[in-house]
Ligand binder design. Sequence first.
Ligand SMILES: [Zn+2]
Ligand SMILES: [Zn+2]
Length: 405
Amino acid sequence: MSESRAFCPRCGDSIEGSADSVEEPAASPSAERGSSADDDRAGTAGASAPADAGTPVADATTDRTPLCTDCYFEAFVLADAPARIEVAVCAGCGAVERGERWVDVGARDYTDVAVEAVSEALEVHVDAEEFAWGVDPEQVDENTIRMHCGLSAVVRGRPIEEHVTVPVKFSRGTCRRCGRIAGDYYASTVQVRADGRTPTDEEVGRAAEIAREYVADREAAGDRDAFVSKITESADGLDIRVSTTQLGRAIADRIVGQFGGDVSDSETLVTEDEDGDEVYRVSYAVRLPRFRPGDVIEPAADGGEGGPVLVESARGNLKGVRLKTGEPYEADAGDATAPDARRLGRREDGVETTLVAVADDRAVQVLDPETYETKTIARPDYLDPDAETVPVLKSRAGLHVLPAE
Ligand SMILES: [Zn+2]
Ligand SMILES: [Zn+2]
């Protein structure tokens, strides 16, 4: 099958006498490369690991005429490596830039990052089989690691070893996250307000905690876009600025999940981004319920007949217990979280007083905590008739026994 009169185009020797193994040079891959450089084959080249011997490689022997074995190996380069590699490191958080993305190095060493960068940059010759490499990193200075790489492979049945040194230089940069944090960037605001009142210190504190905890969880899960820009307390409540609308929505939902109330959202067009896309900021307005657990209220629905109610839950319909009878109370669906009612006080306003006597099923006698007169008042079913003292609340609606804590 061999051409009897072929000559090596480089040295002019007759190929016939050399070896037949060179009769099939890298002609087919290089020819293919010429026509399909822009399609998938080229696309995979940059990302392929060095062990991938299928990576197309610039080759001195692209000439279709076969070279003699000596000339082939003389021109042979096992792997192309860049003269040096630069890796950007964020001066703020230490993340490294990998392509278009910033990646947290975390517990990994920067040497590992350098190894990875070299591994990605090495372009191994298509003819190499059983390619393997090892590296001996040499820390030159704070920002430079010289990577001494030992490469080996089998090419056309012949074992090949090469050495290549690639300096990896770490340069200071700023990742998108740190840049955004420095620029006070935010994409949504959660406004915490309350219906007909000001949010309490506890609600404000807890809402801020919910925001910080949720964002910290997202960050821990590897979401580099998640951060809290700013939390501000105002006379009306709390404003929480966060980096994405997803965070804003999730935080608002969690606050309502804990305290009840509702959320409404509104979008504002703020600007266009680098690509000319419109950028919206979304505000989530959380309205905490008018009444909260521990409030003692007097619903107006039944003309005040039912008497005061101790609120136990404000999530969904307002729920509580009647202080006159101990019966459960639930606001009508129409009233939902804010039934028409006046607020009489808080459970904490109650004081212990002496239970003088149990009159009958519906009445007890207690000492008025202010005047120390004996008063006959309604007996709720949660009252323990054997107790010496009971908690009572004195309000505009009169004296009532509270459930024991
Ligand atoms: Zn030759
Ligand atoms: Zn950073």
